[in-house]
Design a protein around this ligand. Structure first.
Ligand SMILES: Cc1cc2nc3c(=O)[nH]c(=O)nc-3n(C[C@H](O)[C@H](O)[C@H](O)COP(=O)(O)O)c2cc1C
Length: 367
């Protein structure tokens, strides 16, 4: 145990993380119908602030990006204000917190969006095998999205910038751009969802342009030391599949993100959730080209985390599902005690059940 690296400090440029355990971004749908954060969210994140760093659930930077019911947003003042108690609670407990900016793009349904918002994407192609849950009508077929024109693209980039500025005002330590799991940024990167023939489509440079413009302009607005990005090379979520030339695409992205000076790349490998494993050479190639902090994620336990950190595959490790049911995950891993299993039925349901009522170690020992 004494040679553990997972529980040692990590200097992430301007901030010092008390350990290398990151809480992975997880949608929990506890905001209100208008995508405004609620007070139970402060309690939930505060309970998990032993993590070296928390990355919040995917949060809409735009009304058009709020495709799921009750996900939070940070595109207006009311939402930004409602995030303040969350950042304060985490900071008061000694933690650090980044907000994940998730524009859902075509993974959406009009019933979930605010009035006047629309389902938009790089190309008019619906994610055919994915359904979208709505509070009003249960699961619904996802409609064909509106193809974004140049003005729509400029608007979306501006929305990311404004959302990042709102996040800093709300007290976040930084933002994570969600470029993974088939949401808007990945819809541009992947040729299966991007059939554009203009400068935002086609070859590697074109398909990467939206991601890189969002990254560069967000970094320019709030500082490159405050902006990270999540990528899922070879990801197979939300009808976005592995593609020929993906290595070239992600290596190009890694090089350009290094030039922008982004704080970190958060790499997703969802093979623990049934998608194809991301080849190690792809992860190493991204790491070597980016040269900055790499957060690993997907299916980690303590031993696997220590191994990959010691092997130099990445610098920090994100844990998702274990954090849902073990608010004191860091302590449990330190002590080597069994972890509680999460209740899948309450992943996205409103209220405190299955959210803030998982006990910490001392309580479970007593109980
Ligand atoms: C309930 C739930 C919600 C999730 N929501 C998000 C999300 O909003 N943004 C994101 O990037 N990943 C999301 N993920 C993926 C996780 O961040 C993580 O990559 C995944 O759970 C695999 O890690 P694990 O094996 O440690 O759970 C979600 C996962 C779960 C289980």
């Amino acid at each position: 145990m004494s040679n553990s690296t997972l529980f040692k400090e990590y200097i992430l440029k301007d901030i010092t993380l008390k350990n290398k355990v990151v809480m992975a971004p997880m949608t929990r749908s506890r905001a209100d119908q208008n995508h405004v954060p609620t007070s139970i969210m402060a309690k939930y994140y505060e309970q998990r602030s032993d993590a070296g760093m928390i990355i919040t659930e995917g949060t809409a930077p735009s009304p058009n990006g709020a495709g799921y019911p009750r996900i939070p947003g940070i595109y207006n003042e009311e939402q930004a204000k409602a995030w303040k108690p969350v950042t304060k609670a985490v900071h008061d407990a000694g933690g650090k917190i980044f907000i994940q900016l998730m524009h859902t793009g075509r993974v959406s349904h009009p019933l979930n969006l605010p009035d006047g918002a629309e389902v938009v994407a790089p190309s008019p192609i619906a994610p055919a095998s994915t359904e979208m849950y709505t509070d009003q009508k249960g699961n619904q077929k996802i409609p064909v999205p509106k193809e974004m024109n140049t003005a729509d693209i400029e608007q979306a980039i501006e929305e990311y910038v404004q959302a990042a500025e709102n996040a800093i005002t709300a007290g976040f330590d930084g933002v994570e751009l969600h470029g993974a799991n088939g949401y808007l940024i990945e819809q541009f990167i992947n040729p299966g969802s991007n059939r554009r023939t203009d400068e935002y489509g086609g070859a590697v440079e074109g398909r990467s342009k939206f991601a890189l413009e969002v990254a560069a302009r967000t970094a320019n607005a709030i500082g490159s030391n405050k902006v990270g990005i999540r990528l899922s090379p070879g990801g197979a979520f939300n009808d976005v599949n592995p593609f020929d030339g993906q290595e070239e695409t992600y290596f190009f992205l890694a090089e350009k993100l290094k030039e922008i000076g982004l704080l970190y790349i958060h790499l997703v490998d969802h093979s623990s959730m049934g998608t194809p494993e991301v080849p190690k050479t792809l992860k190493e190639g991204i790491r070597d080209r980016f040269e900055g902090t790499i957060i690993l994620s997907g299916g980690y336990n303590r031993d696997k985390a220590e191994k990959d950190l010691n092997d130099g595959l990445g610098h920090l490790v994100a844990f998702g599902r274990p954090f849902i049911s073990n608010p004191d995950l860091v302590e449990r891993m330190k002590q080597g005690v069994d972890l509680a299993d999460p209740d899948f039925n309450t992943f996205y349901t409103p209220g405190e059940k299955g959210y803030t009522d998982y006990p910490k170690l001392e309580l479970s020992n007593v109980g």
